[in-house]
Design a binder for this molecule. Structure first.
Ligand SMILES: NCc1[nH]cc(CCC(=O)O)c1CC(=O)O
Ligand SMILES: [Zn+2]
Ligand SMILES: [Zn+2]
Length: 370
């Protein structure tokens, strides 16, 4: 095509775009003169391939692309200092004692690991009781790890999961009444004390996953009262659904309820409206980050969280069951592990999350360049 005809072609196309009526009349006249030709207007809007013809142009199609700084890596820290036990239902993940976490994390930090979330695993006999007393034992694995990691890796962002289920004999996420139901008042009191202990030990972020009503407000008030609210991020597991995707985690953390289930405090899987109410409530109670969990089965909730909390970062927890499922399917030849890990994460980001808690973090540190 000559330059002048290219110019006139462009002028012609923009005139077409500008003038709807001319498009219609031209389409009509094409239709009457040549039955097989297609209207130019139709041609223009049907051409999408050009827009993603190059790898970079394809990357530009994503509003958000995964970077290393979006990832939080879950760590199970046990009270057995030298333990390093593979968790059979959670491929490649271990329960580690305090003496094993620094050597394990160092190469990951060198590859760009920015954040971990800590879960304590008390294994010693009699380590558990009805009140979850050991959750904030100053010599317990979480409190020790917070101090050790702050000292050893000054740039690593330390999140402490706050819950009682790992520390209670009954395995529920709070303090129980005689009838086995959660005593919300006592539970909030205890959970907020535990959060305070972690914050005072140096956690950059406390993340209550217990789902007791009102705990965000209670924690925020205690942080304010202690004069440390300005230096601690409060991340709420606001929309945490009860389902069958936490099994491997409960194996790892030894936090399976000894009776009953968590359906009276975690959300029912169909409860989109409840999730929206919980998200709004937690924002009003002072949450700095809203988390949705699990992730891939709850993408609509992530997108609701982004809509309701448009001024907050949204986190999604790709939980143990999601991770184990991807591993199992990859092993069975259904798909390539990396391809699926990337696709699942892209879906989570597309839905609205900008923080992802993922057991794939070590792999992503190898796969990502930024
Ligand atoms: N409150 C405990 C807690 N904190 C995070 C997870 C799940 C994480 C995962 O499955 O990876 C759980 C399990 C549960 O609620 O039973
Ligand atoms: Zn719990
Ligand atoms: Zn928890």
């Amino acid at each position: 095509m000559s330059f002048s005809s290219l110019v006139s072609d462009i002028a012609y196309r923009s005139a077409e775009r500008d003038d709807q009526r001319s498009q219609v009349s031209r389409a009509r006249s094409y239709a009457s003169t040549a039955a097989t030709s297609v209207s130019i207007a139709g041609d223009i809007s049907s051409q999408l391939h050009g827009g993603y013809s190059h790898p970079l142009a394809r990357a530009w199609q994503a509003e958000r692309q995964l970077t290393k700084s979006m990832l939080i890596f879950p760590l199970f820290v046990s009270d057995q200092p030298d333990e390093e036990t593979l968790i059979p239902s959670l491929p490649n993940q271990h329960r580690r004692g305090i003496n094993k976490i620094v050597p394990y994390l160092r190469p990951l930090v060198e590859k760009g690991l920015r954040s971990v979330i800590l879960f304590g695993v008390p294994i010693a006999p009699n380590a558990k009781d009805a009140l979850g007393t050991n959750a904030d034992d100053p010599k317990g694995p979480v409190m020790k790890s917070i101090r050790l990691l702050r000292r050893t890796f000054p740039d690593l962002f330390i999140v402490a999961d706050v819950c009682l289920c790992e520390y209670t004999t009954h395995g529920h996420c709070g303090i129980l009444r005689d009838d086995g139901s959660l005593n919300n008042v006592l539970s909030v009191e205890r959970v907020s004390d535990v959060a305070m202990s972690y914050a005072e030990a140096g956690a950059h972020c406390v993340a209550p996953s217990d789902m007791n009503d009102g705990r965000i407000r209670a924690i925020k008030l205690k942080l304010i009262e202690a004069g440390i609210a300005h230096q601690v991020v409060l991340m709420s597991y606001s929309a945490k659904f009860s389902g069958c995707l936490y099994g491997p985690f409960r194996d790892a953390a030894g936090s399976c309820p000894s009776f009953g289930d968590r359906r009276c405090y975690q959300l029912p899987p169909g409860g989109r409206g409840l999730a929206r109410r919980a998200i709004v409530r937690d924002i009003n109670e002072g949450a700095d980050i809203i988390m949705v969990k699990p992730a891939s089965q709850y993408l609509d909730i992530i997108s609701d969280a982004k809509e309701l909390g448009k001024d907050l970062p949204i986190a999604a927890y790709q939980v143990s069951g999601e991770y184990a499922m991807i591993h199992a399917a990859a092993k069975a030849g259904v798909f390539d592990l990396r391809a699926m890990a990337e696709e699942a994460t892209q879906g989570i980001l597309r839905a609205g999350a900008s923080i992802v808690v993922s057991y794939f973090t070590p792999e992503f540190l190898d796969w990502l360049s930024n």
